[in-house]
Ligand binder design. Structure first.
Ligand SMILES: Cc1cc2nc3c(=O)[nH]c(=O)nc-3n(C[C@H](O)[C@H](O)[C@H](O)COP(=O)(O)OP(=O)(O)OC[C@H]3O[C@@H](n4cnc5c(N)ncnc54)[C@H](O)[C@@H]3O)c2cc1C
Length: 221
């Protein structure tokens, strides 16, 4: 990006986004930025950013997901253990560098915020782990929570807004935003530039229409 003359501006909270006849003015903590195009990759805040630009939200639902890490005392953790998830999806755990990462697979609806782990979710995780496995949890080494955001049909939302073609959505990755990041970036780029999807996506039968924000206005398409 820098080789192409791009500039990365961090710690710049967007406080307003006004649409101009051509492009946008973005008020940020680092000053006003004029832009011909905006990519809305604001995660749980995606609808909020659209509203700032006077555009309709798509109905994103941010949901809290909790995780914790511990090292069992009675069992040596092997790195080649598989990820384990119960059929009802009430818990999953996997090895991580000699420790276990576990989650109660929670999906608690929340407004967009700097979310923190809930003590009850931590306690539930340990209870389910001890019932379903022989692993002991002597001490929790790390715990955190984050927001996973879902569109109404739980598929990602990528492409130009129906009312403003220079406002590009890239949200709603749910629980797969890390693994899908390269593909989401390639899809976003193709949609923003009005290009065909690259072979890496089209070859896997990825169809832009499945992710188009317009599907929420025309649910039958
Ligand atoms: C516990 C947990 C486990 C997960 N496990 C996995 C996994 O195993 N694999 C996987 O693929 N995914 C996983 N995910 C999901 C993954 O983390 C998300 O899908 C991904 O982070 C979404 O990335 P994003 O960049 O779109 O949104 P975010 O990571 O939410 O980033 C959005 C950014 O926009 C910023 N922002 C919002 N509003 C403004 C504003 N007004 N001004 C400036 N900045 C703003 C926010 O501060 C934030 O930094 C997990 C999530 C959680 C919580």
């Amino acid at each position: 990006m820098r080789r192409h003359g791009g500039r990365l501006i961090c710690d710049a909270r967007l406080s307003s986004l006004s649409r101009q006849p051509k492009g946008f003015y973005a008020q940020t903590g680092q000053g006003t930025i004029a832009a011909s195009m905006v990519i809305n990759a604001a995660g749980a805040w995606g609808d909020e950013v659209a509203r700032m630009a006077g555009l309709s939200p798509i109905g994103l639902s941010p949901k809290r997901r909790t995780a914790l890490v511990f090292k069992p005392e009675k069992t040596a953790v092997m790195d080649d253990w598989p990820l384990v998830i119960d059929f009802a999806e009430t818990i999953y755990f996997k090895p991580e560098q000699g420790r276990i990462l576990a989650s109660p697979a929670d999906e608690t609806p929340m407004p967009p915020c700097d979310v923190q782990p809930d003590e009850m979710d931590i306690a539930l995780t340990i209870d389910r782990l001890e019932k379903l496995s022989t692993l002991d949890v002597p001490k929790i080494l790390n715990r955190w929570a984050g927001l996973r955001s879902f569109a109404p049909d739980r598929a990602p939302v990528v492409g130009p807004d129906g009312d403003c073609g220079d406002f590009i959505w890239c949200v709603g990755q749910g629980g797969y935003g890390i693994q899908t990041a390269p593909a989401m970036a390639a899809l976003t780029k193709a949609r923003a530039l009005g290009r065909d999807l690259p072979d890496g996506l089209a070859g896997h039968d990825v169809r832009a229409a499945c992710y188009d924000p317009a599907r929420f206005r025309h649910p039958k398409l």
